[in-house]
Design a protein around this ligand. Structure first.
Ligand SMILES: Nc1ncnc2c1ncn2[C@@H]1O[C@H](COP(=O)(O)OP(=O)(O)OP(=O)(O)O)[C@@H](O)[C@H]1O
Ligand SMILES: [Mg+2]
Length: 261
């Protein structure tokens, strides 16, 4: 087997917000082209972790390197997709997708060809002139994904991107995301609360424990690709889901009780 190339290297990462210790001594490597999901109870620091890798959060200790270079701030080598689409309502689909190239100063004819290809890839060919209000939630999240891909990032950071969608649209988006990912093989960090989503999408799942956030276990998902949705009904798939649920069950209960205390 060929040695995997390390894309992202996190060593001894810790983070506190004043007195609150959020992440403690996280060390983990992500290989180039890998699809990683992060699961864990609410408040365990998943978003904080993603924001640190995105260069949006300062004050962490330890070292986070992308292709061997320390991350010091945001950059076009990383693309973000958040839970809520943050499309600009006054811009068309096309203009929203080309925001990154516009800011970067390379919004030209060559980019236009790429943008149209991306829109086709996410199933939105023909919707270039639509405004966000004319789209469904699933379509808006596709625009969001196309926008993140338009800067051709090395690393795609996705924070619960499908959580606002209904169950059926969400399943479709999962298969669509895998299809898009198979084409470009970006390295992906994907945060989700849905364990079956994590298992379905990922090569490995990082299971976070709470207070302070640490990696409890890394679960390697040994399921063949491409993955049809029917895979979710196979015993091996269900075993993975059960295993991960058992790892976080106590933490989830504790965090829910705390929220309602
Ligand atoms: N800017 C901030 N200032 C102070 N505390 C913060 C800040 N951002 C996050 N926290 C705290 O850090 C902890 C981790 O938050 P984070 O958003 O990373 O959790 P999470 O795992 O993404 O949770 P969820 O699953 O609910 O999205 C929480 O206790 C939160 O209150
Ligand atoms: Mg979060």
């Amino acid at each position: 087997m060929v040695d995997p190339i390390t894309k992202l290297s996190v060593s001894h990462l810790s983070k506190r917000f004043e007195t609150l210790e959020v992440l403690r001594d996280i060390s983990v490597d992500v290989h180039r082209g890998e699809f990683i999901s992060i699961v864990g109870p609410s408040g365990c620091g998943k978003t904080t972790f993603l924001r640190i890798v995105g260069g949006l959060e300062t004050g962490a200790t330890g070292d986070v390197r992308l292709d061997g270079r320390s991350i010091t701030g945001p950059g076009s080598d990383r693309g973000f997709v958040f839970q809520q689409d943050n499309l600009l309502p006054w811009r068309t689909v096309l203009d929203n997708v080309e925001i990154g190239p516009e800011i970067g100063g390379w919004r030209n004819a060559e980019q236009r060809v790429k943008t149209l290809k991306l829109l086709k890839l996410v199933g939105l060919a023909g919707f270039e002139k639509y405004y966000p209000r004319q789209l469904s939630g699933g379509m808006r999240q596709r625009v969001n994904l196309a926008r993140a891909l338009a800067v051709d990032p090395e690393l795609l950071l996705m924070d619960e991107p499908f959580s606002a969608l209904d169950a059926q649209t969400r399943e479709i988006m999962q298969t669509e995301l895998l299809r898009v990912w198979e084409e470009g093989r970006k390295t992906v960090l994907f945060v989700t609360h849905q364990i079956d989503e994590a298992v379905y999408l990922s090569d490995r799942v990082f299971v976070f424990a709470r207070r302070p956030g640490r990696i409890n276990e890394i679960v390697e998902i040994d399921l063949p690709r491409p993955r049809p949705l029917s895979l979710k009904r196979t015993p091996k798939f269900v075993e993975y889901v059960d295993h991960i649920w058992k790892l976080i069950e106590d933490d989830v209960r504790a965090s829910v009780l705390e929220e309602h205390a």
